[in-house]
Write a protein that binds this ligand. Structure first.
Ligand code: PLP
Length: 385
């Protein structure tokens, strides 16, 4: 049967990349099967060295997911009951979940309407309120590099240094991004990576890592990911968790890491083509001096919810998938409403986070989109406006 329908467009890529490296994946997985070292095999350390080199940081600790990376980093700071952890209200749920699991209180901060990242003026305002009320101890700021764009790390680092807080980079969507020429991983006290399959570096299952320049912190992270173990396996120094990265996933990631530079460049080409076709019609992602996005996702802002519904409909009719990251700000999530109310007595509103949830729309973004596919996406978007 002649095939006249064009190749389907995915929001993410799960096939094109694998086709390029399938023999290497088969070889690497076979080596793990032969060795039988399914937990903490040599592939884990090999990957840790590769990731640290790629990011240009001193240390990498492979862990079981991005969420566990955040948790291990906060456990290492001793964050718990009575502690305030500042984080954006417009992010994935995991960022807020971790402080709550540890008994700490997330303090939701509004985001910038252009970058979608944590708003520094609002961070200062909420920090002052928490300090004035005196019920919670400000302990950490989690900056999220949303959709791959680095947060304002200069400002976050400065505030954390002034206030004795820990600066934690949730770089789950942003591995490969850079600020002032320095890759993410090197900003803040530590950075958490996720290898969920759709992230810029994705495994075939769950995985994550912590990057840091501190040898001391790295040692603590290694202990915490293995039940708080000490110098010997059955010496327990602290309360930890089972947070190790699988050998199989490390083997997969070792096959994918060499593609990373080329894939980042391809993502940037797709983003530039989207920018060129859509600028002026919708709000396209901000491109600021010194900020290099990893282009993990490509999200535009349309005028309102009704227009977004029309664009999604037009895209769907043309075989173009779209998605909404995120439909609800975290302070409105049933699970977090109570914590939000308890954090600050009279918390100021979070209008930008609320506005973004109504107007944001993610378009297909991966390194293997062809020029023709990009054109199909932008034509569909423009048709729906
Ligand atoms: C994906 C993601 C996480 C969690 O990573 P997992 O590996 O799925 O646990 C945390 N924060 C952000 C911003 C994410 O996008």
């Amino acid at each position: 049967m002649p095939n006249s329908t064009p190749a389907p467009i995915g929001l993410f890529d799960v096939r094109a990349q694998q086709a390029l490296i399938r023999p290497e994946i088969d070889r690497r997985l076979a080596a793990v099967l032969d060795s039988g070292r399914f937990v903490m095999g040599p592939e884990v350390e090999e990957l840790e060295r590769g990731l640290a080199a790629f990011a240009g940081v001193g240390h990498c600790v492979g862990v079981s997911s991005g969420t566990d990376a955040l948790q291990i980093a906060m456990m290492a700071e001793g964050i718990g009951r009575g502690d305030a952890v500042f984080l954006p209200a417009f992010t994935y749920t995991a960022t807020a979940e971790v402080p709550l699991v540890l008994g700490a209180t997330p303090v939701f901060v509004d985001v910038d309407p252009r970058t979608f990242n944590i708003d520094i003026a609002d961070l200062r305002r909420r920090l002052a309120l928490v300090k004035a009320e005196g019920r919670l101890r400000p302990r950490a700021v989690v900056g999220v590099d949303l959709f791959g764009l680095p947060a304002d790390w200069r400002a976050i680092e400065a505030i954390c240094a002034e206030e004795g807080m820990f600066a934690l980079d949730d770089a789950a969507q942003a591995f490969g991004g850079a600020l002032e020429g320095r890759r993410l991983g090197g900003w803040g006290g530590a950075a958490a990576l996720s290898f969920y399959p759709t992230k810029t570096l994705g495994a075939y299952g769950d995985g994550g890592a912590l990057l840091t320049d501190s040898a001391e912190k790295a040692e603590l992270y290694r202990s915490l990911r293995t039940h708080g173990e000490g110098k010997t396996r059955y010496e327990v120094m602290r309360t930890g968790m089972n947070g190790r990265l699988d050998t199989m996933q490390a083997a997969i990631l070792l096959c994918k890491l060499p593609l990373m530079e080329g894939e980042l460049a391809a993502r940037a080409r797709v983003a530039a083509a989207y920018d060129a076709a859509l600028a002026g019609r919708v709000q396209t992602p901000v491109r600021a001096e010194g900020y290099e996005s990893a282009n993990g996702l490509y999200s535009v802002l349309v005028e309102d919810e009704a227009q977004r519904a029309r664009v999604q409909e037009a895209c769907k009719a043309r075989g173009v998938p779209t998605a909404i990251y995120y439909p609800l700000p975290l302070h409105h999530q049933p699970a977090y409403r109570e914590a939000h109310a308890a954090a600050i007595g009279q918390a100021p509103p979070l209008p930008v986070s609320e506005m973004l949830c109504q107007r944001i729309l993610a378009l297909p973004m991966h390194p293997y989109l062809s020029e023709a596919q990009v054109a199909r996406v932008t034509e569909a978007v423009l048709a729906g406006l």
